[in-house]
Design a protein around this ligand. Structure first.
Ligand code: SAH
Length: 348
């Protein structure tokens, strides 16, 4: 069976080419062709010798993801449902900001983290996404944007799945996106979000990558976090924060904490006080996220509670932002489109 050409970082492609008795520098040519000039066959690669073109054509495939359906929200956010070769579905979201066009990618089919408030975890993980399945989510959208003379400028690894539960593939994916012979999406324009898999945070800290790290914190005490985020049993807040301090020592990079404000669950001033204590002294900022309601008992915080929480953090010198909501009317929150499709409620 052919291997997907989109599954290879440049380094791994060079190695694979050597194994095929091809020159390793061809990986540079190939990257420029597939990521810059959007070639979809080796036969288009005019600077590659005819004999090599034919040989490579037999070895690697250019198979794309199939767009099963997509939705557009009033604010222009687009959500794509891709069908994978094995019939599974994944979601990818394209958001337009004044600073550029950002793609939110999925890293797994389903998710095993089991966060009580999250739609993604309703379906358990079926499998990890391969490198090419992640790359093709971005490429497919980049291709559409190029028709409007735009490009994918930012990537957030915050779709369905836990990226650190698919670590090796996600790292290869990031390297491909960042490659200066390919799409060359700046590391500072890439953000990875994790629910807090401590050993991987430490491993990640040692990589020479300048990408942004976000932690889905959501609760400021072990008692609350244990209740709603099973990962906290394995890695409680003390261990999580020790890994975060290690990450900061190694990378000097400011960390983001995501905090979904949930009505009467984590939005009191006492919660805000606990949060301040937890993050005090860290170079970080807190991103407050309006909740997408997944079940009746999970509601978004009232406006006055949201404002009071925000002000409390500000007054206590914690850098805080309130996430602008995108695509609320198209269920752009993780997992919601896929669930609709799988429960056959989708109307084309
Ligand atoms: N597993 C990773 C990335 C996927 S979740 C992580 O946990 O970070 C991406 C983000 O969406 C996380 O911050 C997650 O907590 C948040 N999220 C999950 N359910 C949500 C909901 N119902 N409303 C708003 N944000 C939600």
């Amino acid at each position: 069976m052919k291997k997907s050409i989109f599954a290879f970082s440049r380094e791994k492609l060079s190695q694979d080419l050597i194994n095929q008795d091809e020159k390793p520098f061809r990986s540079v040519q190939i990257f420029e062709w597939i990521y810059r000039k959007k070639a979809r066959s080796f036969l288009e690669m005019s600077n590659v010798a005819k004999k090599s073109q034919e040989k490579l054509e037999a070895l690697y495939s250019f198979d794309q993801l199939e767009v099963e359906t997509w939705q557009e929200s009033a604010d222009g956010t687009k959500k794509f449902l891709f069908r994978l070769a094995d019939g599974n579905f994944i979601e990818t979201v394209l958001m337009h900001f004044n600073y550029g066009d950002s793609v939110c990618i999925s890293t797994q089919v389903g998710c095993n983290m089991g966060c009580a408030f999250c739609a993604s975890g309703i379906n358990k993980r079926k499998r990890n996404l391969t490198v090419d399945e992640m790359v093709l989510q971005v490429l497919s959208i980049d291709e559409r944007l190029r028709e409007e003379n735009k490009r994918v400028s930012h990537i957030v690894i915050m779709g369905i799945g836990e990226p650190f539960d698919n670590y090796d593939n996600v790292i290869d994916f990031i390297q491909i996106m960042n490659d200066n012979k390919g799409l060359e999406i700046g590391a500072r324009h890439i953000t990875l979000s994790t629910c807090g898999i401590v050993p991987k945070i430490k491993e990640f800290a040692l990589l020479p990558l300048q990408i942004n790290l976000a932690i889905s914190l959501h609760f400021p005490t072990n008692e609350q976090r244990n209740k709603y985020m099973p990962i906290n049993h394995a890695y409680p807040l003390e261990e999580l924060f020790s890994a975060i301090r290690f990450y900061y020592e190694k990378t000097n990079r400011r960390i983001t904490f995501e905090y979904i404000l949930m009505d009467s669950i984590n939005d009191s001033l006492e919660d805000a006080g606990n949060l301040v204590k937890l993050v005090r002294g860290l170079n970080c900022y807190v991103n407050l996220i309006p909740m997408n309601s997944t079940k009746p008992e999970w509601r978004r915080s009232l406006q006055e509670k949201t404002d009071a929480f925000y002000d409390y953090l500000m007054k206590n010198n914690v850098s805080v932002t309130l996430r602008k909501e995108q695509g609320h009317d198209i269920d752009a929150a993780c997992g919601q489109l896929r669930i609709k499709r799988e429960t056959q409620k989708w109307q084309d």
